[in-house]
Design a protein around this ligand. Structure first.
Ligand SMILES: [Zn+2]
Length: 322
């Protein structure tokens, strides 16, 4: 692996998304969203990260009301919830009215838990705030009138790419392969944090506090502690989301861009800098780990999650992974 990062102290706010995983994406047998949520919540607490914000869509509660347990377990462990919409569709796939309705549906399910948090945060699904400043502005006005601020993502590591490989390695019962996927998850998390930090430094002239994302998945449950240990070894300091939100990298808005990018990547694109992301070869290596016929990573995402989602919200499917 090309490792050119400069280890140095950084401040990051940890956020956990979609601990009730997206409809259509399989989870290891015998594993439930509530088990994972409890475990992730406990790991956070053991690193003094009580009060971490979680952003999980609420769509699965329609057909699986028992998944409410996961949201409750998160709050009971001392963590906070934000609104991440109900169906988890990119803003561009929905009309203004449908988007507001979706936001309000999420409120109906978990609004009582969101209200218990000290600050009310909203996060766009996939951090995608539409390619149009006018639409984004209307959403921002709407949520602001309801007392919300948008919590963007300013550091991620494509952890979505590991979910299917870990599922497959677990289904195969191959312990070595499971460890290989876990080890890669940890090393990529570290590399990508510093890649984002380097980009933020180039943009702002200082190490900006970043809002870091990992999804609440089976592999997150099994690697969160080693990821945190690796961060701490390099001098990372964990800060609250409220604290991180004081910096313009997080509270200001880059020009809109329709691509599958996080907020820091959009700042980079606007400034003519390369966006921090995994090398294509490494992403391909991860996606293809532990192959099982008919359980291809991208095919599963497209056929079982994204296309049904687009159909449900009445949008034309137009996803671009690049
Ligand atoms: Zn999400």
């Amino acid at each position: 692996m090309n490792d050119t990062r400069t280890d140095r102290p950084l401040k990051i706010a940890v956020t956990i998304d979609d601990f009730v995983l997206w409809d259509g994406i399989p989870m290891p047998e015998g594993t439930t969203p509530t088990d994972i949520t409890r475990s992730v919540a406990k790991t956070l607490n053991s690193y003094d990260l009580t009060g971490t914000y979680g952003f999980s869509h609420t769509y699965r509660l329609e057909n699986e009301p028992e998944q409410m347990e996961a949201f409750e377990a998160w709050a009971e462990a001392g963590h906070h919830l934000g609104n991440h919409t109900h169906q988890h569709a990119p803003l561009r796939w929905m009309s203004d009215e449908a988007f507001r309705c979706d936001f309000e549906t999420a409120q109906k399910y978990i609004g009582h838990l969101i209200d218990a948090a000290p600050s009310k945060y909203f996060r766009y699904p996939m951090d995608m705030s539409s390619g149009c400043e006018r639409r984004r502005g209307e959403v921002e006005k709407y949520i602001s009138d309801l007392g919300y601020s948008t919590a963007p993502i300013t550091s991620w590591f494509s952890d979505f790419a590991f979910i299917m490989p870990y599922f497959r390695a677990t289904a195969l019962g191959d312990k070595d392969l499971q460890k290989q996927v876990r080890d890669l998850h940890v090393s990529v998390a570290v590399d990508m944090l510093y890649k984002h930090a380097d980009t933020a430094h180039a943009l702002f002239g200082v190490d900006a506090p970043l809002i870091w994302l990992v999804h609440g998945t089976a592999i997150c449950r099994d690697t969160l502690a080693p990821i945190f240990d690796a961060f701490l070894e390099r001098g990372v300091e964990f800060i609250s989301l409220d604290e991180a939100m004081k910096h313009p990298v997080n509270f200001s808005k880059p020009p809109c861009d329709e691509s599958f990018t996080n907020q820091l990547q959009r700042f980079a694109l606007a400034a003519g800098l390369p966006k921090p992301e995994l090398e294509v070869e490494q992403l391909a290596e991860i996606l293809n780990l532990a192959p099982i016929p008919d359980l291809d990573t991208i095919t599963t995402y497209e056929e079982s999650m994204l296309k049904p989602l687009a159909m449900r919200v009445g949008a034309e499917y137009d996803w671009d992974w690049s």
